[in-house]
Write a protein that binds this ligand. Structure first.
Ligand SMILES: [Fe+2]
Length: 235
């Protein structure tokens, strides 16, 4: 997907790796500064792309600490991730506070590289605001990023919390189905219909969709009660 040309927002969705991950670059054209969301795979290519666009990478945003989003060893694979980013271009790594210890364990980054956040924190680059939404369920410290620039609809970068017509797994260590329901029903479902959902994996034919469309078609968002939701996720 190409960059959005309409305002100060620089926003690029980049398919990466062997597990259908989607990385993102979010920044300000006027400031020429950009944040990388989940730089796990092809880190050099992500940095080169930003550089080619005249953007300086000033930080990393972590949706959650799973290896396919931040790097580390999984399924016999070694994913370069934040380790490679810090070797080539050290930047602050923005992580939800509950995820910081797991992130250090999985990637080997040091505590001094991390900026722990709570839900509601906002990062600003020029006229672009990135609001951090704490959305536990897939992991205890999963977070989504609501990107707004004052022009055009908001964009929700949702990691493994919400996919097009699906949600993240809740049966892995740290997963919590009831917390996932509260995150979807109490946080993400309250976003305006025009908000555009950008997921952490390309598990669907389309790479993005409006939240209005998802509220109509995504069974996990349609669930009205926690009991109904638990029935969908099979617990
Ligand atoms: Fe995950």
């Amino acid at each position: 997907m190409s960059s959005d040309e309409s305002d100060d927002l620089y926003f690029v969705q980049i398919p990466v790796g062997e597990m259908a991950n989607l990385a993102y670059a979010v920044g300000s054209r006027s400031m020429r500064e950009v944040l990388l969301v989940d730089p796990a795979w092809s880190v050099d290519a992500l940095l080169d792309r930003a550089e080619a666009d005249g953007m300086r990478v000033v930080g990393a945003l972590v949706t959650h600490y799973h290896q396919d989003h931040v790097g580390g060893s999984i399924f016999g694979m070694s994913i370069e991730g934040l380790d490679r980013l810090m070797a080539r271009q050290p930047v602050p790594i923005h992580v939800q506070a509950r995820e910081a210890e797991g992130l250090r364990r999985v990637t080997g980054v040091s505590a001094s590289d991390l900026v722990p956040h709570e839900g509601g924190d906002v990062l600003e680059l020029g006229r672009v605001r990135v609001r951090l939404l704490h959305t536990p369920g897939h992991t205890p410290g999963s977070q989504c990023f609501l990107v707004e620039s004052g022009a055009g609809p908001g964009r929700l970068v949702s990691g493994d919390t919400l996919f097009l017509n699906a949600c993240g797994r809740v049966d892995l260590p740290g997963g919590d189905p009831e917390a996932m329901f509260r995150s979807l029903d109490g946080v993400l479902k309250k976003l305006p219909d025009e908000t555009i959902l950008f997921p952490g994996h390309l598990y669907s034919p389309e790479p993005c969709a409006t939240m209005g469309q998802q509220k109509r078609t995504n069974p996990y968002l349609r669930a009205a009660t926690v009991e109904q939701f638990l029935g969908f996720v099979g617990v």
